[in-house]
Write a protein that binds this ligand. Structure first.
Ligand code: UDP
Length: 238
């Protein structure tokens, strides 16, 4: 089985919106459970996996700041939203027998562990899924940047970005039917063409650390396994 695996250690980034399912807001339990199943299937291949989950389904700092709230305060609220999503995902994974640890960049020791790099590495070596919560712990950053940062810290071989579509397009394929899909891109292509895959800070970090980004759809049944084995449909940025 393990010889099908393209990567030994992976960071999976899931946006908050991916947890909304058919809803417009919040956490859709069935959708969270489906993603948890996909993660469990991926783990069965023998990969070491960690997760960064966004918070956009609950709270986005920037949009509150545009309505007049101080940006830093709004961003702290956004980071707290990612902790809720992390706990929801932890619960779904544990209920199907996957061992997990939530590690928060903002200490809240009665809820989860604080983020300590060497401890996170140890958890992963033991086969536990580490869920990184509260982003980087700093306002003015995003969970995309968090994903790139933690992937570099953990020595991950890839960042996998689970989205609603099966890769990177030249425009939003849901709005523009003429949008072109890419199988492979360079980091520079993404930066120069301003393709909305991950923000520029995240692209720069992955580029400097030579970590490929695999963009795939969480909507397809074998999304995670397909991206881990190369059998699925995805765009690779390297
Ligand atoms: N955030 C932050 N610092 C970080 C990560 C996240 O301030 O290191 C805040 C920011 O306000 C952001 C919110 O948390 O809008 C939710 O994260 P994000 O928008 O990246 O979530 P996603 O789009 O992946 O759902």
């Amino acid at each position: 089985q393990a010889d099908n695996l393209l990567y030994k250690r992976v960071l999976l980034k899931i946006s908050g919106e991916a947890l909304m399912g058919p809803g417009q807001f919040g956490i859709h339990q069935e959708t969270v459970d489906r993603i948890a199943d996909q993660i469990k299937e991926g783990l069965a291949l023998g990969v070491e996996l960690s997760l960064v989950i966004g918070g956009g389904n609950i709270f986005r700092g920037l949009s509150m700041a545009e309505n007049g709230m101080e940006r830093a305060s709004a961003d702290y609220m956004g980071m707290l939203a990612t902790v809720m999503n992390a706990l929801a995902m932890q619960n779904a994974l544990e209920s199907i027998g996957v061992h997990t640890r939530v590690m928060s960049a903002i200490e809240m020791t009665s809820v989860c562990e604080p983020y300590i790099r060497r401890r996170a590495l140890r958890h992963m070596e033991k086969g536990r899924v580490v869920i990184f919560a509260a982003g980087t712990g700093n306002p003015f950053f995003t969970t995309d940047t968090t994903a790139a940062l933690r992937a570099a810290e953990m020595g991950c071989d890839a960042v996998m970005k689970g989205t609603q579509v099966d890769g990177v397009y030249s425009a939003d394929p849901k709005k523009d039917p003429s949008a072109q899909r890419f199988d492979e891109l360079s980091y520079m292509d993404v930066l120069k063409r301003d393709l909305r895959v991950m923000d520029q800070a995240a692209i720069s970090l992955t580029r400097e650390n030579h970590i490929p980004i695999v963009v795939f759809s969480l909507g397809s049944e074998d999304g995670v396994v397909g991206a881990l084995t190369g059998r699925g449909k995805y765009t690779i940025i390297k």
